[in-house]
Design a protein around this ligand. Structure first.
Ligand SMILES: [Zn+2]
Length: 109
């Protein structure tokens, strides 16, 4: 049996905390989750050639706003769909991926 989240909690404006049923707690920056979005569009973007050095990437207006999580929905028993404040909601985050991302925190943090 793989570890399952028992509690999802937003911490401040830009972080998510997940408690797992094996006692582990992990904290994620919303931006990190967004950057690691596993959907096909984002995977393609990440492998696309980067702008030449010295050129600034062009940001869409929604990318300059503080990024937040607007919703998380379980997908079966193996993943979560995350809805971001920039309107992106096609990423399905497997529990394995969520266990890789973020960092483990202790109770007293
Ligand atoms: Zn995506």
């Amino acid at each position: 049996m793989k570890p399952q989240p028992v509690k999802l909690e937003l911490v401040g404006d830009d972080r998510l905390r997940i408690e797992w049923d094996d006692g582990q707690k992990r904290e994620y920056r919303v931006r990190e989750l967004r950057d690691r979005c596993p959907c096909a569009t984002c995977r393609e973007k990440r492998t696309a050639p980067q702008p030449a050095p010295g050129m600034l990437p062009v940001l869409a207006p929604e990318e300059t706003q503080p990024l937040q999580i607007q919703g998380m929905n379980p997908v079966g028993h193996y993943a979560y769909n995350i809805r971001f404040s920039d309107g992106h909601d096609t990423g399905i985050y497997s529990l394995e991926l969520l266990r890789e991302l973020g960092r483990e925190t202790r109770n007293d943090e």
